[in-house]
Design a protein around this ligand. Structure first.
Ligand SMILES: *Cc1c(COP(=O)(O)O)cnc(C)c1O
Length: 373
């Protein structure tokens, strides 16, 4: 496809994926694990040997993400955590990693365990102190998550890139490539859990890494290790993802509008103590978010309801439209009482994390209205 095309065009056309064999306007799903050779023992398609290395469906999904991200190369993994692990596995023993604290708990838990096993010095630091720490410490890797989950803190990606020579990896799951193109802001690698907004239908588990320097030594290690160690996304998941991403810009636009309106409604409500959302001028990090997010502030927000644990659980229990389930970025709205899931991480007991879907905003507000009553 034409390089000048805008995200909505790239997504709607799945970056030009068609089925040349049938003439279908949709790419075929090809589940074969292995590929034939001719009488002279040459591969019929030199780029297809065995599906642990690559497959047409995988390449199609990767091309959509690569084009949306403005990347040189994009690699898909079987989950977001597999993508994060692929990055950290490139660190030599004894390396130093700076990792933002108060981020997705699955990342923190795995990184702590991994760094301890590999004698990697792990410096965990809050978003507010991240840039100063990057300046002061000589690290191999800096890992940030912006906006962060569940605090919705923003880290200035460009400032983090300027503050250190370390490889800068940005988990931009809550932004999606539609709202933030982290590579344009100086990230070396951008990561997403494609399970969330990118797929957006709560039916595919996937993770993605993109780079602006595909010849970089670390990227070559990541690419080789994915193939040899087999952390590959299957063709069916890749095909599902390609289908879902056709509407990604539309979904993100509607979710962001809904989330902004719900955040403003909740902030003004008497039974609410505070709302964390990057699109609220009252929220710390609003200016950073404005600088590096275009077209909205995403689907994720957290609410502190007045009172304590029981009050929060009562509200969560009364919500009828918002489904009580973990995860985010799906077309259906979800709520979660984070303290019940991770009581040991300092999450306030009255915090409710909300993923706003694409429903009609008046129905979403009406649901909170009756639940907060
Ligand atoms: C869900 C999530 C992950 C992990 O992704 P999985 O696809 O569940 O493995 C990482 N980072 C963030 C911000 C997430 O929300």
């Amino acid at each position: 496809m034409d390089k000048s095309h805008k995200p909505a065009t790239i997504a709607a056309h799945a970056a030009g994926a068609l089925d040349p064999q049938s003439g279908g306007v949709v790419p075929a799903l090809q589940p074969s694990t292995t590929y034939i050779r001719d009488e002279d023992y040459a591969l019929v398609r030199p780029d297809n040997i065995y599906s642990r290395a690559d497959s047409d469906n995988l390449r199609q999904a990767e091309e959509v993400l690569r084009a949306l991200e403005g990347a040189e190369e994009t690699l898909l993994f079987p989950s977001g955590m597999a993508a994060i692990a692929a990055v950290f596995r490139t660190l030599p023993n004894g390396a130093t990693a700076i990792v933002q604290s108060g981020i997705y708990w699955g990342t923190t838990a795995w990184v702590r365990d991994f760094c301890a096993r590999r004698d990697i010095v792990l410096i965990e630091v809050d978003a507010d102190d991240l840039i100063a720490t990057c300046c002061a410490q000589n690290a191999n890797l800096v890992f940030i998550e912006t906006p962060s989950n569940p605090w919705l803190k923003s880290v200035d990606i460009q400032a983090a890139a300027d503050a250190s020579d370390a490889m800068l990896v940005v988990d931009a799951t809550a932004a999606t490539p539609i709202l933030t193109r982290a590579l344009d802001h100086g990230a070396d690698i951008v990561m997403h859990s494609a399970t969330k907004g990118i797929n957006g239908h709560s039916d595919v588990l996937a993770g993605v890494l993109s780079t602006r320097a595909k010849d970089a030594e670390i990227w070559e290690m990541i690419r080789a290790d994915r193939k040899m160690a087999g952390a590959i996304l299957g063709p069916f998941e890749a095909w599902m993802l390609t289908r879902a991403m056709r509407t990604l810009p539309l979904r993100v636009e509607r979710m962001s509008q809904n989330a902004q309106m719900l955040a403003e409604y909740l902030l003004a409500h008497d039974a609410v103590e505070d709302v964390f959302y990057p699109g609220l001028p009252s929220h710390p990090g609003f200016e950073t978010a404005q600088k590096q997010m275009q077209g909205g502030f995403g689907c994720l927000l957290s609410v502190l309801v007045s009172g304590g644990r029981d009050d929060a659980l009562r509200v969560v229990g009364k919500l009828a439209l918002f489904l009580r389930a973990t995860s985010l970025g799906g077309v259906e709205s979800l709520v979660e009482h984070r303290h019940t899931i991770e009581p040991h991480t300092g999450i306030p007991e009255n915090l409710i994390r909300v993923s706003v879907g694409i429903e009609d905003i008046s129905d979403l507000i009406a649901d909170w209205d009756q639940a907060l009553d």
